[in-house]
Structure formats: C-alpha cells, structure tokens
Design a protein around this ligand. Structure first.
Ligand code: ARG
Length: 577
C-alpha cells in the first residue's frame, strides 16, 4: 500500500486488472484515477480512453474488461461505466473508514515522497538593487516560495536562488550619488526608490555628474577596489530591505541564496567563448549575437540575443546563459525553474533554445519558465497608488496587516502580542492566498475586501474553519483516546473523510503543473466540507461517547490536513482567532 494514497492504491488495482485482461503494463499513475463527485462516484478512472487506440478496442470495451478483471471488492462497490468509458468508483464504507484511520498515523498524511528525486534550482523573487520591490515582485516571491516548499516536501532537492539585479550601467550613477551624500558607517537609505530617482535626475540634468558616472561604470567593471566597496554597500543596504520583506512575508529566501547578476560576471567571457566554439555566435553591427533556431521577427528575419554589445559590455542575456551553464555544470542540477513574469517569456524561450544547442540543456537537464500574470487594480489596469505611482511592496504588506486586524472577530479573546501576530498571519496569508488561488498565468484584480472576506475562497475562510476545530475540541474539554476509531455515519462525515484522502492528489497536481492554485482549490473544498460537517454533526452534543471520539479524531485529522496544506503554500494556520 502506497502510503495511504487511495488514488494510487486504486490505480495499482486497475493496473493489475489490465495486465490480466489485456496483457498491458501501466503504472498506478497511468491508471488516471481522479477524484470525482459525479453520479455518486468518489473517484473516476479515465484510463480506458487513453488506452483504447493502443490496444485496438473501443474505450467502453476496455472499461468493461477492466471492471471484469478488477480485484477490488474490499475497496470499492461494483464499478459503473459511464459515458465513453469512464469507470466510476465508489469506496466501500469499511475501506473509507480504514483509510481514514490509517491517515491518522501517517505523519505525511498520505502524501508520498517521489520515487525520482531531482535536484532543482529555482530562481524566484529576483528584485533589483537600489530599487524598491514592487507588487509585481510579490508574485515572483510568493509563487516561487510555494513551489519551493511543495517540491521539497515531495522529496526533491530544492536550491532556491535569488537572481538579484545587482550589476550594470546604472550602478555608475548610483555610486556617484552615494559618494555625494557623504555616507558614514551607519548610513541607511530609507527610501530606495527616492535614492534611485535622485541619482537619475542628477544624471539627466548635470553633465559633470553624468561624466563621473560613466567613469565609475568603467572602474566598477575593471574591479577597482574602492568602487567595489561602495557598490557592496549599496547591495548590502538593498539586501536589508529585501530581507525585511522576506521576514514579514515568511519567505524562506535568505541572503545566502542570493546569486546576483554580479556573481556570474567572472563566467561571462568563458560562456561566450564556449558559444563561439560551438559555432553559435555571429557578429552583427559590431555586436556578438546568437540566433536561437525558430525565432523569427515579423518580416521573417531571424531574432538575435545580444551576448556582447558593440562597446564590449555584456547584457541580461549573457548573464542568463552563464546562469544556465553554472547551475547545470557546476551545481549539477537536473532542472531549472524560473519564476519570472510573463513579459519575459520570449527571453527565456530564446535562452533555453540556445542552451540546448550549446549542450547545457538536454533531456536530463531541463529548464522551465513559470510565467505569471499582472496584478490589476479594481479599475482593471495595472495596480498603482492614488498618485499614479507604483505600489511598494512594504506599503502593501503593512496595509494588509492593518486590514487584517479589523478582520479578527469581535468575540476574539486574543490580546496583546498574540493579537499582533494573529493579524500578521491573517493579513499576509490573505495576500499570499489571493495571489496563489488564481491560475498563475492569469492577471488578477487586487481587492482588500475580497481577499479578507470570511466567506468565499479566501485564506481567512480556511483559517477560520481550521481554528474552529480547535475551539470545538476545547469546548468538549476532553481528548478522545488514541485507539478510538473514526466511524463515518453521516453523509457530511463521509464527504469530509473522502476529501482528507485526496490531499496527495491535490499536492501532486500542484507539483505536476507547478500550479499552487490546485492546492488552494483543494483546501477551499475541504474547508467547505468541514463547514457542512459543523452544520450536520454535533460534537459536544454527540449522541454517544464513541461518536464524539470519532468526531474529535476526524476534526483533529482535518486540522492537520488544512495546516499542512496551508503550510505548503507558506500560509499560517492559527489555532485561536
Ligand atoms: N531582476 C529581474 C526583474 O526584476 C528578474 C530576474 C529574473 N531571473 C533571471 N534569471 N533573469 O525583472
């Protein structure tokens, strides 16, 4: 039995039936067992459709053969075939109860660890030095963090890295501006954007300053120690701002995970040489370019990526080539994931295409870009401040916590520091959940009211449902004996237990598609099943002590499932509201 994952267990049985009936071998996963709530089914098996062609029969025939050979009477009622060849499976009462009870004793709540662990480098957050993180970075940060947690929980080796924008021509003017300010040891930039804008304004209006700035760039690139020291100060100061945000957001990234653009500097020349040796580089108007296959402009002209500008400088693409090469060659990763916004889709497609030609990427070393959409204001346009500026992430998070303070129920007894922490967990959770519960690739509208609503698909709803399991247990005033069994009498109990058994499927779906919203959808459904349970199944006033024990265990198990699920998304599950 595969760690209590009912979907896989049923898949195993279907695989055996197929071998007996048609002499074909499939894995438990390939049996395509999916949770279902149609026609009284708990699960649906879709393999007949996918196999029909291969075995030269029609899908209904295949389904019929599977059903005839299925040895699963201990687990499911007589299966029914529906539509073109779906097999509807309904768990027997005894099997469902047994599985639910097993789950109680599994630390991983049925979620298996992967049979094929991979070493995965995931690039996320990746803001720019001397610029405030804006709301767009919230998505790169929150989605990346959730994916990291999910992949690590599944048993992959995950190496997060923050591709900090810490290099390039703007640093000339930023460093000059820094020297002009006469900074000392405890120098702090309170407003990164203001600092950047002031430097920019001077650069545009003061030719002498612009001159100095250009010379600074040359010094920086030449490795001048005094210049590097100033540059390091700027980076360190920005890193402090970012670390603060990661801290408030509860993001796992630390300064050690920073592999900024500057990190790849020493590798750029070699990277280009290797591309040249492989015959991939062409000169075009003094610049060195690669032309990844298959990328054409409107006129059918080949699209270049510049790897060395005509002035000898390197750009964003060069660094990304060095990045792929470094992680695959030096760090031996099997997979690269880039959590970066949709506008950079073409950039990554081109980087990956050339990296394949260069032999850095191949069947065993893959790269994916997981793009995401834009956060919109309630007017449907890119979200802005009232004055029309970009919204800073820090301001947004502070506001989230203020709003969340108001979302704490009036009846709440939580006071003082615990209350402040509660507001943080609710507010930050709401921002993260609102971001994650949308299909990653779609734009979404940012709304405080919606994201903090106590009903509907919000983290607050899930957190409330979860906290209630604890308050009920408190009110009952006793804990159920460990060996008391969960029994499922009411429909609401059965439905809830069934949901609990589907956590592995939800986690797997979120991982397969790198789509955290598949897990939020599951958590919302589970919280909804829990609410129905509350309406129909008294716990404090349960008719018998056995029933009360059973329900206490069921509540406790549900809370563990919700807490784990939220945790995998980086969202807290407070016990008391
Ligand atoms: N710093 C970039 C930005 O803010 C994102 C970097 C993404 N990562 C990468 N390897 N290019 O748009």
């Amino acid at each position: 039995m595969l760690r209590g994952d009912v979907g896989l267990e049923l898949g195993q049985r279907v695989a055996l039936a197929l071998r007996a009936a048609l002499d074909v071998d499939i894995t438990a996963e390939e049996a395509l067992i999916r949770p279902s709530n149609r026609d009284g089914a708990d699960y649906q098996c879709n393999v007949a459709m996918s196999l029909a062609k291969k075995v030269g029969r029609n899908p209904r025939e295949v389904a019929q053969l599977i059903v005839e050979h299925l040895d699963a009477a201990d687990a499911v009622e007589t299966p029914e075939i529906a539509g073109p060849g779906f097999i509807n499976l309904r768990l027997t009462q005894a099997f469902l109860e047994q599985q639910t009870n097993n789950l109680r004793h599994d630390e991983r709540l049925g979620v298996p660890t992967t049979q094929e662990p991979r070493r995965i480098a995931i690039d996320y957050s990746s803001p720019n030095v001397a610029k405030e993180m804006h709301v767009g970075h919230v998505r790169a940060t929150v989605i990346g963090d959730a994916l990291s947690r999910l992949l690590a929980f599944a048993g992959h080796e995950v190496i997060p890295h923050n591709h900090l924008g810490d290099w390039g021509t703007p640093f000339g003017m930023l460093i000059e501006h820094l020297t002009d300010l006469g900074h000392g040891d405890d120098f702090r930039i309170s407003d990164l954007n203001g600092f950047y804008q002031a430097a920019r304004a001077k650069f545009d209006s003061d030719p002498a300053f612009a001159d100095r700035s250009r010379r600074r760039v040359v010094l920086l690139q030449g490795g001048d120690e005094a210049t590097l020291a100033l540059w390091r100060e700027l980076v360190a100061e920005s890193q402090r701002h970012f670390d603060h945000i990661y801290d408030v957001l509860g993001i796992q990234l630390t300064a050690e995970d920073t592999y900024g653009e500057s990190f790849y500097n020493p590798f750029l020349a070699d990277t280009i040489t290797e591309l040249q040796q492989k015959g991939l580089v062409e000169e075009s108007d003094g610049a060195l370019c690669v032309f990844p296959p298959g990328f054409k402009g409107r006129e059918g002209d080949r699209q270049p990526l510049i790897v060395r500008k005509s002035d000898g400088g390197y750009g964003y693409a060069t660094t990304d080539f060095a990045t792929v090469r470094y992680w695959v060659r030096e760090r031996k990763v099997d997979e690269l994931i880039y959590v970066v916004g949709a506008p950079q889709t073409l950039h990554f497609q081109m980087i990956f295409a050339t990296s394949k030609q260069a032999g850095w990427l191949d069947d065993a070393h893959t790269a994916v870009h997981t793009p995401f959409g834009t956060i919109l204001g309630e007017d449907g346009k890119t979200i802005r401040t009232r004055a029309g500026g970009t919204i800073k992430l820090v301001d947004l998070l502070t506001e989230a916590v203020e709003h969340a303070e108001k979302a704490i129920p009036e009846t709440s007894q939580v006071e003082g520091e615990e209350r402040a922490e509660l507001a943080r967990v609710l507010g930050i959770g709401a921002v993260k959940y609102a971001d994650l519960h949308n299909d990653r690739e779609k734009d979404y509208v940012f709304s405080w009211d919606k994201m903090l609503a106590k009903t509907g698909d919000t983290s607050v709803y899930v957190q409330y449902a979860n906290a209630r399991t604890h308050s009920i247990a408190l009110k009952v005033g006793r804990t159920a004996p460990n060996d008391a069994a969960i029994t499922l009498h009411e429909k609401a109990e059965r439905d809830l237990a069934l949901k609990l058994l589907q956590l592995p499927a939800a986690v797997q779906a979120a991982i397969d598609d790198l789509a955290p919203h598949k897990l939020t959808a599951y958590l919302f459904d589970t919280a909804t099943a829990l609410s129905t349970f509350y309406e129909n199944c008294p716990v404090r006033n349960a008719e018998t002590q056995e029933l009360q024990d059973s329900r206490l265990h069921l509540l406790n198990l549900t809370s563990r499932v919700l807490t784990l699920g939220l945790g995998l998304l980086g969202i807290g599950a407070p016990e008391r509201l």
